[in-house]
Design a protein. Structure first.
Length: 93
């Protein structure tokens, strides 16, 4: 039986699709969602996000979210920022 108080080893976490590395933004329900993973001096990656309305009339009004959470892998940071952005858009429509 695994010890529930022990942190999971890095290899025990499911890895998001590595294809996320090449994606800079997605369009979701009329918004441009642009996640970023910023490498920090301690080796962690901060999940950052910019959301902008995709219509020409609303260009220039963007929402920026820095350090939503921290991750050991770049892919996890990007996946988390994508997911967080979709949830934010769904709750603000």
């Amino acid at each position: 039986m695994k010890n529930p108080d022990r942190f999971r080893a890095n290899s025990e976490h499911p890895k998001p699709d590595k294809a996320l590395r090449g994606i800079r933004h997605i369009r979701y329900k009329g918004y441009e969602v642009a996640p970023a993973a910023q490498r920090l001096p301690n080796g962690l990656f901060a999940a950052n996000l910019t959301i902008e309305k995709a219509t020409a009339a609303n260009r220039g009004h963007a929402y920026s979210f820095d350090a939503l959470d921290y991750f050991f892998d770049e892919e996890h940071a990007l996946a988390y920022a994508f997911r967080w952005g979709r949830l934010w858009i769904d709750s603000h429509q």
